[in-house]
Design a protein around this ligand. Structure first.
Ligand SMILES: Nc1ncnc2c1ncn2[C@@H]1O[C@H](COP(=O)(O)OP(=O)(O)O)[C@@H](O)[C@H]1O
Length: 301
């Protein structure tokens, strides 16, 4: 995918050379104990003037200090964090790091943590901050060794403590808070399918919410697998109705406060998904002042 910087704001960080390194394992672990307080970049005047707009979109150049973007995706289970984080990662050339994927990789590896994690994940609970930071640190460290810089985090931070630890070790430029109507979230989770062979993500749910009481309708087409994956689809064990409802409750209790954490620092970009990918992707790019030339060309073809 080709990226064009339309207004020189969000994309600036993506196109400049690497100047700082990703947080390292040692940094993150050191910050765990004793518990470190956050290094706030809160600017009350800026925040007051930009109630609905993250200050960071206007000041990204200064905050990014010439390195690749360090963005975070927030949002309820099923909202589509993985889909949009992965698209942006391709567009901006930075790694998409999903802590959910790290947990699932660890589960699949049958390592020492595996059985402990299985119990937690299948109950829809959160893994401890210590374990998740350990997994994330190892992933960042491996990426650093390969020359990666910047990241789009998906699924981290999920608690205020995780956000504070992250804040203590590196600057997050922007936090994209994806939002979707509640009635669509459960259906989207239950419709998720993964190809057991290639790892591709699909969704068999067709969301068709009718307009009602002045509220507009919403349509999200399924994302069907290609024929070669159709017979190899699996469902995540934590995508059952009972577990998804539990994950949604935990999101409200543990992760909702993370939105306030970043809102108060002027870093939160609220994005209401208007529908499926064809509608939402161009609007998200527009909100980020980015343009996907290849996407436009293929749409025009
Ligand atoms: N930052 C985190 N902190 C604690 N647990 C996590 C974190 N990220 C992932 N997990 C664990 O992995 C599971 C799957 O995460 P993820 O794929 O991000 O799911 P979701 O679809 O709920 O966003 C979570 O329910 C939780 O058990």
């Amino acid at each position: 995918m080709a990226v064009v910087n339309r207004c020189s704001r969000a994309a600036t960080a993506a196109t400049t050379a690497n100047a700082t390194t990703a947080p390292t394992f040692a940094y993150l672990i050191r910050s765990l104990s004793p518990f470190s307080s956050s290094s706030s970049t809160f600017d009350p005047q800026n925040d007051l003037n930009n109630r609905n707009k993250p200050a960071v979109l206007g000041t990204l150049k200064r905050e990014s200090k010439g390195r690749n973007v360090q963005w975070v995706f927030l949002g309820c289970p099923g909202v589509g964090k993985g889909t949009y984080a992965s698209r942006l990662s391709n567009l901006l050339g930075v790694p998409h790091i999903s802590t959910g994927d790290l947990v699932r990789d660890e589960l699949a590896s049958s390592g020492p943590l595996s059985s402990q994690l299985k119990e937690i994940v299948t109950q829809g609970k959160l893994v401890s901050d210590e374990i998740i930071i350990d997994l994330l640190s190892k992933r960042l460290e491996a990426g650093e060794a390969k020359g990666e810089s910047g990241f789009i985090l998906d699924g981290f931070p999920r608690t205020v403590r995780q956000a504070e630890i992250l804040e203590g070790v590196t600057d997050i430029d922007l936090v994209i808070n994806l939002k979707l109507r509640e009635e669509a979230l459960l259906a989207k989770c239950l419709g998720r399918r993964i190809c057991s062979e290639c790892g591709g993500n699909y969704n068999v749910a067709c969301i068709d919410i009718k307009a009602e009481n002045g509220r507009p309708g919403m349509y999200m087409a399924p994302l069907p697998p290609p024929p070669q994956c159709a017979s190899k689809l699996i469902t995540r064990p934590d995508d059952t109705e009972e577990v998804v409802k539990q994950r949604l409750r935990i999101y409200q209790a543990m992760t909702r406060p993370v939105e306030d954490f970043y809102r108060s620092r002027g870093k939160l970009l609220e994005f209401d998904l208007p529908g499926g990918i064809p509608e939402s992707w161009p609007k998200l790019l527009c909100a980020l002042n980015l343009e996907d030339r290849e996407d436009k060309q293929s749409a025009a073809a």
